[in-house]
Write a protein that binds this ligand. Structure first.
Ligand code: HEC
Length: 75
C-alpha cells in the first residue's frame, strides 16, 4: 500500500516526486518529530496535495508506517 498509494506521489522508491522523499535518510535530515509525521499521514496537510488517510488507516497504523519509514523502508 505504501509503495503503490504513497509512491504515486512520493516516488516508487520513496525518493520523492510530487511529494518529498520519505527515505530514512531524508526524514532524518529534515528532523521532524515523529508525531508530526504521524499527524501528516493521518490528517493530511491542508493547502498541499498531501491527502488525509484517516478513512483508510487508524492512527496506530499511521504510526506503524512512520516507524517503518524511519527504519528505512525495504527496497
Ligand atoms: C496526492 C499526492 C500524495 C499522496 C498520495 C501521498 N502524499 Fe504524502 N505528501 C504529499 C505532498 C505534496 C507532501 C508535502 C506537503 C507540504 O508541502 O508540506 C507530502 C508530505 C508527506 C509527509 C511529510 C514529509 C515531511 O518531511 O514534511 C509524510 C510523512 C507523508 N507525506 C507520507 C505519506 C504517506 C505515508 C502516504 C501514503 C499513505 C502519502 N504521503 C501519500 C503528497 C502525497
Amino acid at each position: 500500500m505504501v509503495r503503490q498509494d504513497c509512491g504515486s506521489c512520493h516516488g516508487m522508491t520513496l525518493n520523492g516526486g510530487l511529494g518529498p522523499a520519505l527515505t530514512a535518510k531524508a526524514l532524518k535530515e529534515r528532523d521532524l518529530p515523529k508525531e508530526a509525521l504521524v499527524a501528516t499521514i493521518y490528517g493530511g496537510r491542508p493547502g498541499t496535495p498531501m491527502p488525509p488517510w484517516h478513512r483508510f488507516l487508524s492512527e496506530p497504523e499511521a504510526e506503524w508506517i512512520v516507524d517503518r519509514l524511519l527504519e528505512g523502508f525495504p527496497e
